[in-house]
Design a protein around this ligand. Structure first.
Ligand SMILES: Cc1cc2nc3c(=O)[nH]c(=O)nc-3n(C[C@H](O)[C@H](O)[C@H](O)COP(=O)(O)O)c2cc1C
Length: 214
């Protein structure tokens, strides 16, 4: 039998690219779009997956959600307003986002404040989703405890049939969020762990750039 792989011996030297101050645009949201396009061009799996961290009672909690747009100078995603994350963001609207594009040896960290989208924006996106996802949003009381898988499947079966003839209605508790950033860090892996870290901080409405030690 082959020797088991030791986790402590997993290592990769990052050599793909450098990130210099002269490489980045002065607006970090525009810079984010450049990196996001490169992640799309590289055909990475789910380049729009981002880790969202929220806080409750001083306890951070993280999960992945999907970026669905860059609008109003911020990052948009959709969820259930009654979910755990929903109540956490209601109580404390300070959040962090993290994108990891390993094939490009890149990470982007975002910190900012979150607000809800309008009903009209929520409707636009909800009705653009496949019907199965619309029904799923109606069926799932996200983050609540289920007795078993059957309870969820039964809830689906109980209502799915009526949507063969009726249009689903977006639940009021299902909608989008906009994260308005006040910090965005672009991280590019470099050799010998001497990575490039360029941090944009919003100061009195202006983005300031500095380089952080890796
Ligand atoms: C790749 C990926 C994408 C996801 N996208 C979303 C999403 O856009 N919205 C969402 O509510 N949950 C999404 N989820 C599920 C969340 O990670 C999480 O399980 C769910 O939102 C419940 O989180 P909460 O109980 O902390 O509120 C995604 C999970 C993964 C792994």
């Amino acid at each position: 039998m082959a020797d088991p792989i030791k986790i402590s011996e997993l290592r990769k030297d990052y050599k793909f690219k450098a990130l210099l101050e002269s490489d980045v645009l002065t607006d970090p949201i525009e810079q984010f779009k450049v990196w996001f396009d490169e992640a799309m061009q590289a055909q990475l799996p789910e380049p729009n997956a981002m880790c969202l961290s929220t806080i409750q009672h001083n306890q951070p909690s993280s999960r992945y959600v999907l970026l669905k747009g860059i609008e109003h100078q911020g990052f948009v995603f959709f969820s259930n307003y009654n979910s755990n994350k929903g109540s956490e963001m209601e109580a404390i609207p300070n959040v962090a986002l993290n994108f990891i594009w390993l094939e490009l040896e890149r990470q982007v960290r975002v910190e900012g404040t979150v607000s809800k989208l309008t009903d009209a924006e929520n409707d636009d996106y909800f009705y653009s989703r496949p019907i199965g996802s619309q029904i799923g949003a109606i069926v799932s009381a996200q983050s609540s405890v289920l007795k078993d898988r059957k309870e969820l499947d039964d809830a689906w079966t109980a209502i799915e049939g009526k949507y063969h003839t009726e249009k689903p209605i977006r639940p009021e508790h299902w909608g989008g969020y906009l994260v308005k950033p006040n910090k965005i860090e672009f991280w590019q892996g470099r050799s010998s762990r001497l990575h490039d870290r360029l941090l944009f901080t919003l100061n009195e409405g202006k983005w300031e750039l500095c380089r952080l030690s890796p």
